[in-house]
Design a protein around this ligand. Structure first.
Ligand SMILES: NC(=O)C1=CN([C@@H]2O[C@H](COP(=O)(O)OP(=O)(O)OC[C@H]3O[C@@H](n4cnc5c(N)ncnc54)[C@H](O)[C@@H]3O)[C@@H](O)[C@H]2O)[C@@H](O)CC1
Ligand SMILES: Nc1ncnc2c1ncn2[C@@H]1O[C@H](COP(=O)(O)OP(=O)(O)O)[C@@H](O)[C@H]1O
Ligand SMILES: [Mg+2]
Length: 271
């Protein structure tokens, strides 16, 4: 993490497009976008089912919104720094079409974060390839089993790395603990806990990841840092709450990141 620079504007901190939320899972789109905004993304646009348009605008005026079939979407995707696809996307006909559009449009040096339903759709389709090396896969154990074919009981770091080497980019194998890996490296996360075991925690992580990559670039360190910060924010909520509700975790991000950026500056000044 770095403090924000004086000579900067919203475009400096990442143009994020989040393709998420069918008619049943509007909350997934809202939680992903809320996390991205709170974690410092410069510009966030959500492409979602028409039914989610008004609720999203009402909950989160900082985000822009369009529908999956909006004629502007291909251009928005082409101009994005980071695209998230999958939270609550479902498996309907429109989800297939929009996923295909995303996969065809997002190319290096753009980052593509593939989560939830999008992982399942690619697992079923049998083709886990993208047009960008800067891909981040964020499966939970069952999604990873569907994509990789590795049964949950056999998902060791080395087994996971073997499959990760056959697909582009990095894999965030979510669990207790979450391990961020590719074919060579693996970083186990040290924050988080069972208070996060509630619907929407993973949707929220996609927004934090998008914001971090939009601001600090694509690398395994930045991805692992986003995983750490998301779960550290959840730990803070869990210190006084039985469950770390994703919306509360998002609300915690601003203070936590302020403290972390500030402590980095102090360390630099001391050196
Ligand atoms: N409020 C919302 O709109 C929400 C939307 N969601 C979306 O709903 C879609 C379906 O996702 P789900 O994950 O619920 O369904 P999945 O069917 O992908 O995963 C749940 C299944 O996996 C099994 N499983 C085994 N190990 C698991 C693990 N470590 N973590 C989670 N499941 C494990 C469960 O027993 C269950 O059978 C996704 O697109 C997701 O983003 C969910 O995030 C829930 C909240
Ligand atoms: N027991 C646990 N310990 C640590 N982290 C957990 C635990 N249970 C859930 N999590 C975290 O919560 C998130 C769950 O992701 P996911 O299952 O995709 O949620 P959803 O799709 O409902 O948003 C992951 O980031 C995971 O690491
Ligand atoms: Mg999920």
């Amino acid at each position: 993490m770095r403090p924000r620079q004086e000579a900067s504007y919203k475009g400096t901190y990442g143009r994020i497009v989040i393709v998420a939320g069918d008619v049943h899972f509007g909350g997934a789109a809202i939680m992903s976008a809320t996390a991205a905004v709170n974690a410092g993304a410069g510009l966030v646009t959500v492409a979602t089912a028409a039914a989610n348009h008004a609720p999203l605008h009402a909950r989160l005026p900082e985000a822009m919104v369009c529908t999956w079939d909006d004629a502007l979407l291909p251009e928005l995707l082409a101009r994005a720094d980071v695209v998230v696809v999958g939270p609550g996307l479902g498996d309907g006909a429109a989800a297939h079409v929009v996923l295909e559009l995303v996969l065809a449009t997002v190319t290096t040096p753009q980052t593509l974060i593939i989560d939830g339903s999008a992982i399942d759709l690619l697992a079923t389709g049998g083709d886990a390839q993208t047009h960008t090396e800067q891909t981040v896969w964020t499966p939970h154990s069952m999604e990873w089993q569907r994509l990789s074919g590795i049964p949950i009981a056999k998902q060791t770091v080395s087994q996971n790395q073997e499959f990760a080497a056959t697909i582009p980019g990095l894999v965030v194998c979510k669990g207790a603990p979450t391990v961020t890996l590719d074919g060579q490296r693996a970083i186990a996360n040290s924050t988080g806990g069972p208070a996060m075991a509630t619907g929407g925690s993973g949707d929220t992580l996609t927004g934090v990841l998008a914001a971090f990559i939009g601001q600090f670039g694509f690398s395994i360190e930045v991805v692992a840092a986003a995983v750490w910060v998301h779960s550290a924010a959840a730990d803070r909520v869990a210190a006084t709450h039985y469950v770390a509700l994703p919306t509360k975790v998002s609300a915690e991000l601003g203070t936590l990141m302020h403290e972390l950026a500030d402590s980095d500056t102090t360390e630099e000044e001391e050196q």
